[in-house]
Design a protein around this ligand. Structure first.
Ligand code: SF4
Ligand code: SF4
Length: 416
């Protein structure tokens, strides 16, 4: 039945219902989805791993051929590394003219081939999941590191992120209400961000109510613990349904995208209808912020910004332009960025599992982001922020930091 991760401690799945359709049904569905592919290869041009390596096996078309053979049982002893190297960024889905549901096929195949993966990889995935979902120890470690922040060199300060000192979650006082998912990893790495988001929304006459802490399920799911991911998602679904608000959001676009994907996660189960109704209320947090109601910052605080749209935002949620409009409403200038569709290499736990590839992708992305010499890079997901900061000679921020700064008349660059 799976384990629920991301709370204070793991707990067993509260449901006695099957958490997914039988594997054979999922395999049949994946084979049907595969038939949509006409093997044109357009998707290769926007695949981060293909454009990095030039290797057909490391692109979506090659992976789809491999998955077709695996599902048909014709790939005994095949090298599964190209599937492991896939970032699940879904850039290929955005590009594909035939509408191939690549990520659903990949998830099914990964689940079926889990036992064929090298034992070392499976152990690493399990250890990563246990470490990242242990919220209290992670929060304690990050809290200790933050106390040393004033003494750290500037480069390290980019990684040892702010505390919640002086920040307080505003009281619920508005008629409009939104649920804000307090997830698993982000509160440890950026404990201030959800509070800042709640303060920004409060300024716009919307009360944010905390949901959680509760993992959306993405962490175990993307570490190949698919049943644990479904159990965790199911617990979060139940928690979210108990709330009284217009909709649900999160400050991490990766979590929002996974919440929005619950209908796919629970299709053909007893929770399918609930997941559909729930997902209809999930939106990226930028959708709650009206740019027309934001102040323009003083000229000396207006920055030249390179915007990095996380894959979860642009390829999974299919959101484009909202955050850019918010940043421009504040008075900032967005510089052109080449190859904006390509992943930075963070991709959740990918940078732990494939550090060499993740570093190469991160370096390439950093060059693209800084080509027009911006003062800072701005993104929408904690994973991208942490990963990019590792490559950087200039700050990387969450866009909500800049909105909060504008409302509180702070100058972000001056404080870095
Ligand atoms: S997934 Fe889409 S773009 Fe890629 S080869 Fe198949 S049909 Fe073409
Ligand atoms: S999900 Fe991303 S990395 Fe994987 S095949 Fe598609 S474009 Fe390439």
């Amino acid at each position: 039945m799976g384990t629920v991760y991301g709370r204070l401690q793991p707990m067993s799945n509260p449901s006695d219902q099957p958490i997914s359709p039988p594997p054979e049904d999922r395999a049949r569905r994946a084979q049907e989805l595969l038939r949509a592919c006409v093997h044109c290869g357009f998707c290769n041009a926007t695949c981060p791993t293909y454009t990095l390596t030039g290797d057909e096996r490391e692109g979506p078309r090659g992976r789809l051929y491999l998955m077709k053979d695996l599902l048909a049982g014709n790939a005994g002893g095949a090298d599964l590394e190209p599937l492991s190297h896939c970032l699940s960024c879904r850039s290929c889905e955005t590009t594909c003219p035939a509408g191939v549901h690549y990520s659903e096929i990949l998830d099914t195949v990964r689940e079926r081939t889990q036992e064929q993966r090298p034992r070392g990889q499976r152990v690493l995935d399990h250890l990563s999941m246990v470490a990242l979902s242990a919220r209290r120890p992670l929060a304690a470690i990050m809290g200790g590191a933050r106390r040393l922040r004033p003494f750290a060199p500037k480069a390290l300060r980019q990684r040892v992120l702010p505390s919640t000192r002086g920040l307080e979650w505003p009281a619920v006082r508005h008629a409009r209400r939104v649920g804000l998912l307090v997830g698993c990893v982000q509160p440890a790495l950026r404990p201030d961000l959800d509070i800042k988001a709640a303060l920004v929304l409060d300024h716009l006459d919307i009360s944010a109510q905390q949901v959680g802490p509760s993992c959306c399920g993405a962490l175990p799911y993307h570490l190949h613990a698919h049943d644990d991911g479904r159990s965790t998602a199911r617990a979060t679904l139940t928690l979210a349904e108990a709330g009284d608000w217009e909709g649900l959001t999160s400050t991490a676009s990766g979590c929002t995208a996974f919440l929005k994907d619950y209908p796919r996660l629970f299709q053909d189960t007893d929770a399918a209808g609930r997941a559909q109704a729930f997902a209809a209320t999930v939106t990226d947090i930028a959708a709650w912020i009206d740019p027309a109601r934001l102040p323009r910052v003083p000229e000396q605080q207006q920055r030249r910004i390179a915007w990095h749209a996380p894959c979860s935002l642009q390829h999974a949620l299919k959101e484009a332009g909202r955050v850019e409009a918010i940043l421009q409403a504040l008075g900032h200038t967005l510089v052109p960025v080449a190859d904006g569709a390509l992943c930075c290499g963070s991709a959740g736990p990918y940078s732990v599992r494939h550090p060499r590839l993740a570093t190469a992708l991160g370096r390439r992305k950093w060059q693209a982001l800084t080509g027009a010499d911006p003062e800072m890079v701005v993104t929408a997901n904690i994973g991208c922020q942490q990963h990019l900061a590792r490559h950087g000679d200039r700050p990387v921020h969450h866009w909500l930091d800049l909105v909060y700064d504008a409302l509180t008349n702070r100058d972000r660059v001056a404080r870095d």
